[in-house]
Design a protein around this ligand. Sequence first.
Ligand code: PGA
Length: 261
Amino acid sequence: MQKKFIVANWKLNGDIKNITIFLKNLKLNISLYLKYNTVIITPPTIYLERVYQNIKNINIFLGSQDVGINKKGAFTGETSILMLQDVGVQYVIVGHSERRLFHHESNKLIAKKFGLIKSLNLIPILCIGESESEKRQNQTKEIIKNQLNSIFEYLGKKAFLNTIIAYEPIWAIGTGLSADPIYVESIHKFIKDYVNKQSANNLEKIIVQYGGSVNSKNAKSFLKQPNIDGLLIGSASLIYEEFLKIIKISHEISCEQINYS
Ligand code: PGA
């Protein structure tokens, strides 16, 4: 059975005291729920090493929220993929809408970062999704296709081998207004069909997770859908109890699915 990918995106939140308490609690209670879940924590860059030291022995994985485009040199303030790898990062979020918006990251730049991550055998988590006005104008699929096409143009047919796609409609991020799970399911199906077609059907599996105001109350409705392979969680991942609840819900759904099959 394909494990569900549960990713905590802490964004620009946390401090040493709270991270220590969070990880201490998580370590005590998570082991029961890792059989069918791949849990990834993406803290702010400055805390990566600290988080890694706490999770390296318990099968939780370390992720970065972004990466610089250069490997080394005179690039003040940047973080390189080699450095991320050096401190234990295995997954890298790329193209989050907050990077696209606040840092003006283009599809082209994101494709380059995506390629850089893959070239080091790390796993990119590519965020895609439409804005509210694009949704209103029925442009969702066009926007998604453009976002995916720039990756295919840069890396060719096998671009999405060993990668994760996160569908995050921008209007659902941080708003408390999560998308309708049936709508998300239909978009995930669209993404998988499209990626499959562009890849000349040579991918064994395409993983698509959902992000946007996920919490312990709505997690089940998403994870029940056949094409929602995991969750990218922002604010709800900052509260230990809430995050653990979501992981537990995901575990229970996988157990139910196994019992039915
Ligand atoms: P949210 O953020 O869960 O706070 O909406 C999700 C994300 O931006 O990845």
